[in-house]
Design a protein around this ligand. Structure first.
Ligand SMILES: C[C@@H](C(=O)O)C(=O)SCCNC(=O)CCNC(=O)[C@H](O)C(C)(C)COP(=O)(O)OP(=O)(O)OC[C@H]1O[C@@H](n2cnc3c(N)ncnc32)[C@H](O)[C@@H]1OP(=O)(O)O
Ligand SMILES: [Co+2]
Length: 134
């Protein structure tokens, strides 16, 4: 069902510092910050030849990454995103297998303009999984 790794997301306590580290210290191409109010985050993408790193910074008062950053004050790996061809078929198959879909169960439009869903980290070895339809 899952295809390519689309991105690995890292929550950062300071977005400008995160951009500086990836652009100036590691020498990668980093996109401009993009607010995602529907997701409660501001994101930038570090574009690598084979995948992307998504730097996440909280946006708004009820950001879903706030609790994570409160616990991980230096930041940390927050989720991995796998590509799927049909997100509704993937969702239904996951539910049949007992996985919990976060939120109301309906895909939202993600940072690439494509439908995304999140799966509960407790169902996947403590790793939050995002699915993106490509
Ligand atoms: C823009 C878009 C895109 O790429 O297109 C994005 O990525 S948006 C990226 C931001 N959006 C999302 O993350 C949406 C889905 N996420 C959520 O709904 C939430 O973040 C939850 C995963 C439910 C966690 O919420 P919250 O931290 O408030 O809940 P909680 O404190 O009750 O946490 C429940 C348990 O899960 C653990 N937990 C929390 N966040 C975790 C993470 N990222 N990875 C692994 N475990 C995690 C906590 O430590 C806790 O474990 P213990 O009970 O053992 O202490
Ligand atoms: Co993501």
């Amino acid at each position: 069902m899952i295809g390519q790794l689309n991105h690995v997301a890292i929550a950062v306590p300071d977005l400008e510092e995160g951009i500086r580290l990836y652009r100036d210290v590691l020498g990668a191409k980093v996109t401009a910050p993009q607010d995602e109010p529907d997701h409660g985050v501001t994101v930038v993408f570090v574009e690598l030849p084979n995948t992307k790193i998504e730097l996440l910074y909280p946006l708004g008062d009820d950001s879903p990454i706030k609790g994570f950053l409160d616990k991980n004050t230096s930041g940390g790996i927050h989720h991995v995103c796998y590509e799927v061809e049909d997100i509704l078929a993937a969702r239904d198959q996951l539910i049949q297998n007992g996985a919990r879909i976060l939120g109301n169960g309906e895909p939202k439009i993600g940072a690439h303009g494509k439908p995304v869903l999140f799966l509960h980290p407790k169902d996947f070895n403590g790793t939050l999984v995002e699915l993106e339809q490509v």
